[in-house]
Design a protein around this ligand. Structure first.
Ligand SMILES: *[C@@H]1O[C@H](CO)[C@@H](O)[C@H](O)[C@H]1NC(C)=O
Ligand SMILES: *[C@@H]1O[C@H](CO)[C@@H](O)[C@H](O)[C@H]1NC(C)=O
Ligand SMILES: *[C@@H]1O[C@H](CO)[C@@H](O)[C@H](O)[C@H]1NC(C)=O
Ligand SMILES: *[C@@H]1O[C@H](CO)[C@@H](O)[C@H](O)[C@H]1NC(C)=O
Ligand SMILES: *[C@@H]1O[C@H](CO)[C@@H](O)[C@H](O)[C@H]1NC(C)=O
Length: 613
């Protein structure tokens, strides 16, 4: 087996840590958090190309996990990348100056990525391609079937880049912020302002609707964008939508908790880690607790927290017997079945981070207000609590005692994370609901990023305000509005000077008799058809397949005026070789502005045979 020198470097790093800290599980909580913070930061950096030791072959991108099968996360997601980079930017601002090259590479790579045409659409003229959730590890398009678009990505990327731009301004580099970075941010904010009122897939890539996490981050991005545009004396197209988004955000509250996905009816309760992740991503140390932005210290959010934690108390057997007011293992939502439906590291640590955030806000406001919504949350932790305002006082004051109780509650979630973290500190995506054994993708970048942000808050490190106090109030009546965006390649940051691509809607219909488990793709010589790369072929759907007509179909967009050659491919059920049609077909795509066309084909070539696996 061949190890590259950089891989040897990582192994020796981990080994030397393993010698210095024989067992992270045996340490006290402070020492665990300190040790794991170092491992987690390095774990995230190991997954960032092109130099990351775990992601050989990747471009300048944050790879979700080195895992290439069951599940294959060897891709770059806009959301995971932006959340990871926000953590890195905050670490940089808190003093880790060695991280700046990662930020600079991110800026360059994202400027290019914005212009990549993909199944969500093209970048020009309408910005549709910005809603694409994931790309190949080298930054090329991913054509496979996926939950798209996902509208949180542009908002999260804008938030990360705005945070860095604010640092540049404070450090005498406004020109760079204006000429190099603002053009990237401007595209993303345009996208938010134009599309916030359309449904998209949630952060778990399963639900097509309106997601609390997405809407909360979209609002933040526009509020922060408004201020940055003022500081740089530029115009923010789309930022005028912020009050309407804030208005819409109010409708996720059902009187007891946050229904994390609305504009969808999927039979779930709506209790979802989505709401906790949204609140920590939009945490503002300066915010008032009754801010309509739904901060961690918000009374409705505390009620939500209690309902959400109770849903997991009842779901996972590793939580059996843990009483109210004690931390539990936390997952995505209790109806989850993905990989067996288990707790996640990043959501368990998010629960702790959430509570540290709330404590920080009460301390900064010098008071906390208990109301009817939050009373049950506080009663679990401090039974004699009543509905009233508690002002800060000495160490024995009720305020201090409540603060201490909430802090202990936060620590108890960290203790759960510690209990299920392997001795070497590696963080996978999930841990088994019955045994606590790590499972699903190993070394998940987001798990590591989430641990670092938790450790920052626990250590009292807070990003500066994003402007909740200055944010415009929501209008009295909400409206579904939109501002048409302005999109241009961020050439100063390295984007290619792409021009508007005119595409025509093409529907491919093919009659192809298949056995259950066999799939059909279309592949061809253009990028939209995968450029003959089977990993990028376009999957067809069998929704219209009947015994009368074995129809496979897909609706797609191809460049106007092009002549494409293409063929259909069969994917067998047990990894047998793909079966290609025995002819090359030709399609001339009509000129710009033409009506959609439907291609009617019938399979030509060998048929498949089911394997036994
Ligand atoms: C760390 O521990 C986990 C779980 O025991 C294991 O799967 C993984 O290979 C270890 N990582 C390293 C780098 O030794
Ligand atoms: C659009 O906004 C209106 C007003 O807030 C809201 O009622 C509606 O549900 C929103 N729809 C989507 C898909 O965001
Ligand atoms: C990009 O191309 C357009 C025309 O296609 C041109 O007007 C513009 O100057 C170019 N920008 C750069 C930075 O080359
Ligand atoms: C025909 O299809 C194959 C892929 O199966 C491709 O490599 C080849 O270039 C195609 N020929 C033409 C003339 O397009
Ligand atoms: C596909 O099957 C339908 C139903 O049998 C038939 O009417 C149609 O002509 C077929 N299409 C082609 C291109 O053979």
């Amino acid at each position: 087996m061949h190890f590259s020198s950089s891989l040897v470097g990582v192994f020796s790093l981990l080994c030397s840590q393993a010698v210095a800290i024989p067992d992270l599980k045996a340490r006290d909580l402070n020492s665990f958090v300190t040790g794991e913070r170092t491992i987690a930061l390095q774990g995230a950096l190991n997954n960032i190309g092109p130099h990351g030791s775990q992601v050989a072959g990747a471009g300048n991108f944050v790879i979700a996990s080195p895992s290439t099968e069951n599940p294959n996360y060897f891709y770059t997601w806009t959301r995971d990348s932006a959340l990871t980079m926000k953590m890195i930017i905050d670490e940089f601002i808190f003093g880790n100056t060695k991280l700046q090259p990662y930020i600079e590479e991110y800026i360059h790579a994202q400027a290019i990525l914005q212009t990549v045409s993909n199944p969500s659409g093209t970048f020009l003229p309408n910005g549709l391609g910005l809603g694409e959730p994931k790309y190949q590890p080298d930054g090329t398009r991913f054509n496979g079937a996926w939950g798209r678009p996902q509208r949180d990505g542009p908002a999260l990327r804008a938030i990360a880049l705005i945070t860095y731009s604010n640092w540049l301004i404070e450090n005498g580099q406004s020109t760079k912020a204006r000429t190099v970075i603002w053009p990237i941010i401007s595209n993303d904010l345009s996208y938010v302002g134009q599309y916030w009122n359309q449904t998209g897939f949630d952060l778990w890539e399963e639900v097509l609707g309106s997601s609390f996490f997405t809407i909360q981050n979209q609002h933040r991005s526009l509020v922060q964008g408004t201020q940055l545009a003022k500081d740089l004396r530029v115009t923010c197209t789309g930022c005028d939508q912020a009050p309407e988004i804030l208005c819409f955000l109010q409708s996720f509250w059902n009187g007891k908790y946050i229904v994390s996905n609305i504009n969808v009816n999927n039979g779930r309760t709506g209790l979802d880690g989505n709401s906790i992740l949204g609140a920590i991503a939009t945490f503002d140390i300066d915010a008032y607790c009754d801010s309509p932005t739904f901060q961690p210290c918000n009374n409705k959010m505390l009620s939500n927290f209690r309902y959400l934690m109770d849903s997991f108390r009842e779901t996972y057997s590793i939580n059996a017997g843990i009483p109210e007011g004690q931390g539990v293992a936390v997952g995505r939502y209790s109806e989850d079945v993905y990989q067996g439906g288990n707790p996640w590291y990043l959501i368990t640590t998010a629960a702790a981070e959430y509570l540290y955030d709330a404590v920080a806000q009460w301390k900064a406001r010098h008071n906390l207000v208990v109301d009817a919504d939050s009373l049950p949350f506080f009663q679990d932790l401090y039974p004699s609590v009543t509905i009233r305002q508690y002002n800060s006082g000495n160490a024995n004051s009720p305020f201090s005692q409540i603060i201490n109780a909430v802090t202990s509650y936060a620590d108890s979630f960290v203790a759960i994370a510690q209990k299920y973290t392997p001795a070497n500190g590696s963080l996978a995506e999930q841990f088994n609901r019955d045994t606590g054994v790590p499972l699903s993708a190993r070394d998940l970048t987001w798990s590591y990023a989430a641990f670092v942000t938790l450790a920052q808050r626990r250590a009292g490190q807070y990003p500066t305000t994003w402007g909740t106090r200055q944010a415009a109030s929501p209008p009295a009546t909400c409206s579904g509005t939109s501002t048409t965006g302005v999109y241009a390649p961020a050439t100063a940051a390295g984007a290619p000077n792409v021009t508007s691509t005119c595409q025509v809607n093409i529907v491919f219909n093919v009659n192809a008799t298949t056995y259950f488990g066999e799939n059909i793709y279309v592949i061809g010589n253009t990028d939209d058809l995968g450029a003959w790369d089977i990993n990028n072929a376009v999957p067809l759907g069998a929704g219209g397949y009947t015994s009368q007509r074995p129809l496979w179909s897909v609706s797609t967009y191809l460049n106007a005026g092009e002549t494409a050659s293409y063929k259909y491919v069969r994917q067998e059920n047990c990894n047998q070789p793909y079966i290609y049609e025995t002819l090359n077909r030709t399609l001339t795509i009509p000129t710009c502005g033409s009506a959609p066309i439907t291609v009617e084909d019938a399979w030509v070539g060998a048929v498949g045979t089911a394997g036994s696996c």
